[in-house]
Design a protein around this ligand. Structure first.
Ligand code: AMP
Ligand code: ZN
Length: 113
């Protein structure tokens, strides 16, 4: 997916502040952070949305394990953090390469209002 911004980050064509990497997952600081800790965690395989994961289910465990690692590395595991996955237009998805946001480092507002 040559035009995908996150695939370009994986390839190194766009710079990023890498937080965690293994053979299946990459995590990097969000370019426009909403909290003191705001990390984007992506599977290296291009998957457009959460709706497209069913045939890639093996990746999901790796993806979630990486999120645990990132929380520990960013030292928000004990204080607390939030994982968020936006899906499609009403969910606020802007980049169509599956990603989760890891947010922490401050008291987060209640997303359910
Ligand atoms: P979403 O609305 O869930 O699709 O979120 C996309 C996220 O990607 C936003 O929080 C952006 O700030 C972030 N983002 C976009 N481009 C970059 C980039 N080049 N490096 C890091 N984060 C990015
Ligand atoms: Zn991609």
């Amino acid at each position: 997916m040559a035009e995908c911004i996150f695939c370009k980050i994986i390839k190194g064509d766009i710079p990023s502040k890498k937080v965690y990497e293994d053979d299946a997952v990459l995590a990097f600081d969000d370019i426009s952070p909403m909290a003191p800790v705001h990390v984007i965690i992506i599977p290296k395989k291009h998957i457009a949305t959460l709706l497209d994961v069913d045939t890639n289910a093996d990746i999901m465990g790796r993806w979630m394990a990486a999120a645990q690692q990132v929380a520990k590395m960013k030292q928000v595991a004990d204080s607390g953090f939030r994982l968020a996955i936006n899906c499609n237009a009403d969910g606020g998805q802007v980049v169509f390469h599956l990603h989760m946001h890891l947010l922490g480092g401050r008291k987060l507002e209640d997303p359910l209002g």
